[in-house]
Design a binder for this molecule. Structure first.
Ligand code: SAM
Length: 206
């Protein structure tokens, strides 16, 4: 099954608050974004945001230039339904991040929780990193969270890569400075625990 087909099936057959990656609030992501100290009109993108509630909390915290990118139309539609009229304040981008043609130097903050770890081919990971480098402003903030080295080896039934912080940073290379990293034990709706690692980097270069 192709990736898009897989995700459309997931988001049309399961309630968004029952999937293993569901968080009522993406607290650590929100804290990391706030800690960047970007202004409220900074351009922030949640890549593979799906039906995440992060966008709700970013809006509630006064951020005004928000984009959510996901290859799954059903996931984006679920988030839009939940937001109601507030959905109009967000730019919704239905695209595969490894092929997306995002504007150059558009974003101040790039956030990805549980998407990069699905990229099991070196080619896809390189395409992703190239897109981050192109779309994020020099000095921009990059927050990427994947399953940690002691996390599960599957997510949504698909094989994933697991990373230590230094390994995750190595995928991004010297054009990104690793400023901090931390682990999080995510409690799934079914009561299991999944170890995540969050890397916070800044894009360097011009
Ligand atoms: C495990 S879910 C995580 C969703 C969200 N980031 C969260 O933390 O709740 C993975 C999401 O990535 C999306 N996705 C998977 N591969 C993608 C790709 N190549 N490009 C864009 N989105 C992708 C899926 O549709 C799904 O919404």
């Amino acid at each position: 099954m192709q990736s898009k087909e897989h995700w459309e099936k997931v988001y049309t057959t399961k309630a968004t608050d029952t999937v293993s990656w569901f968080q009522p609030h993406a607290d650590l992501s929100l804290d990391l974004i706030k800690a960047t100290a970007v202004s409220h009109d900074a351009a922030i993108i949640d890549v593979g945001g799906g039906a995440s509630t992060l966008v709700d909390d970013l809006l509630a915290n006064g951020y005004t230039d928000l984009s959510v990118l996901d290859l799954c139309a059903a996931a984006l539609a679920a988030a839009q339904r939940r937001l109601g009229s507030r959905a109009a304040k967000v730019q919704w981008i239905e695209a595969d991040v490894t092929k997306a043609d995002l504007p150059a130097k558009r974003f101040d903050v790039w956030h990805d929780r549980a998407v990069f770890h699905f990229l099991t081919s070196a080619e896809d990971r390189a395409a992703y990193v190239q897109t981050v480098f192109r779309a994020v402003k020099p000095g921009g903030h990059v927050i990427v969270a994947t399953f940690a080295e002691d996390g599960p080896n599957q997510c949504s039934g698909l094989p994933v890569m697991r990373y230590r912080a230094d390994e995750l940073h190595a995928e991004f290379g010297e054009a990104f400075a690793l400023l901090s990293h931390q682990k999080e034990a995510h409690h799934t709706p079914s009561g299991t625990v999944q170890q995540f690692v969050y890397c916070y980097c800044r894009r360097i270069g011009s």
